[in-house]
Design a protein around this ligand. Structure first.
Ligand SMILES: [Zn+2]
Length: 423
């Protein structure tokens, strides 16, 4: 398994480097617009009606001229450079990827049927891509880019061992510069075999998560207070006058704050994932296979999106792999309606019902804890049916993965066989 990730850092060019990069952005804007002009002209020339030609639309493009594809336009670059020496001032790779970007936008437009690519006005080209590097551009606290040389970056998160920088995108964000490094693992990480103890994890709205070994992780308070602060800022923004300098200023503050919250949340999730995967004796982590789309419908939307469960699960998967912990997702269907002790279907619980009480075997525990136990058992069962796991497990709830369950809410109620299981 190889892995690709994007890491984002602040970049601190000096005044000359900043001027150079702004100049490049401007050149790539011109290339973008020129290439778009070619496409537009070609399209308009095809639009000419058959019986007459309007004065404006009388293009000199011959009918057999091929569509300006990415390759045509990219191959025209060296020739264009001879005619316009200005183009040679920017790295040619950057210009190539600019054309690539236009054609991606064009293809997307073709695919969707709307959103014709637009000309970019002065200052609207805000990023450029350096698509490949022969040697690692990062040395110490600096990044070396072609033609501008070394610039300090804020390498607050070191690039993990075994990863190589593949691409660098330089972004102009308001008055700041950022780089997004696309890093790829060169060493393939072997998939961990199931071993040791297993924990099941239930993600919830009241608590962030509950594990089958009775750990309850609350939603962090600092996030809640950050949201409150964000709300205040947004209210402040709403009070500013349209078009005023102050509005621009506050808008920037709001954007930065959003960014800050996302970083804080990700950091917290990383720590939590690390904690879960490094528990004593844990070799298997089992989670619900959440269909986030289904969950974020209706009243649960806001909370669910805040919790960013999807991001957390992806992160957890990655951290688990790093620690050689086996990670699997299991069918989330009715985890809260099943008794983990006897497998009986206990019927739907209201959201306010916090306890699991089984009428069959009398098992009582916290509702979320019961769900996490069910997830754990289902995961183990999944392993045993896959033949990866030697222990026979008599758990009798419908096997995950044997039938398609599109999502929690879309799944139709089915009759299930329930029988008492010996555990
Ligand atoms: Zn029971």
């Amino acid at each position: 398994m190889t892995l690709t990730m994007n890491y984002c850092y602040r970049l601190y060019p000096d005044a000359i480097q900043e001027q150079t990069m702004l100049h490049w952005l401007e050149i790539s804007r011109k290339v973008y617009n020129y290439a778009l002009r070619e496409i537009k002209d070609w399209v308009n020339s095809r639009k000419c009606s058959l019986d007459y030609c309007s004065l404006e639309r009388e293009y000199i493009i011959p009918a057999d001229k091929p569509f300006p594809t990415y390759y045509n336009q990219q191959n025209a670059l060296p020739q264009a450079k001879k005619e316009f020496p200005l183009l040679a001032e920017a790295p040619s790779q950057v210009l190539q990827t600019t054309i690539r970007r236009l054609h991606d936008a064009w293809n997307y437009f073709q695919h969707r049927g709307f959103g014709f690519p637009r000309f970019k006005k002065f200052g609207q080209m805000k990023s450029m891509l350096f698509p490949q590097f022969k040697t690692n551009p990062i040395t110490g606290w600096q990044i070396a880019l072609p033609k501008v040389g070394k610039m300090p970056i804020n390498l607050h998160r070191p690039i993990p061992e075994g990863f190589v920088v593949k691409q660098v995108r330089v972004l102009r964000k308001a008055d700041r510069w950022e780089v997004v490094l696309t890093i790829k693992s060169e060493v393939s990480i072997p998939i961990a075999q199931p071993h040791g103890e297993a924990i099941g994890i239930d993600l919830g709205l009241e608590k962030f998560l509950t594990t089958s070994d009775r750990e309850f992780i609350a939603r962090p308070r600092f996030l809640t207070s950050l949201y409150r602060e964000l709300e205040l800022l947004q209210r402040k923004y709403a009070r500013t006058k349209k078009g005023s300098k102050n509005r621009q200023k506050v808008r920037k503050q709001v954007a930065r704050f959003h960014n800050h919250i996302a970083n804080v949340r990700k950091d917290w999730q990383f720590k939590l994932a690390n904690h879960l995967c490094t528990k004593e004796g844990i070799g298997i982590v089992l989670v619900e296979d959440l269909n986030l789309k289904a969950m974020s419908r209706g009243m649960l939307r806001k909370h669910t999106q805040d919790a960013a469960f999807g991001q957390f699960l992806n992160l957890l998967e990655w951290v688990a792999k790093k620690h050689q912990v086996y990670f699997a997702r299991v069918n989330p269907d009715r985890t809260s309606q099943t008794c983990p002790k006897c497998g009986t279907h206990t019927g739907k619980k209201e959201l306010s019902e916090r306890m699991h009480r089984c009428g069959e075997c009398g098992y009582e525990t916290d509702r979320d804890h019961a769900a996490s136990e069910v997830i754990r058992l289902r995961g183990l069962e999944q392993l045993s049916t896959q033949g990866l796991w030697g222990i026979e497990n008599a758990y009798a709830v419908g096997l995950p993965g044997t039938e398609e369950t599109p999502s929690r809410s879309e799944a139709k109620p089915r009759k299930r066989k329930t029988r008492n299981a010996k555990l």
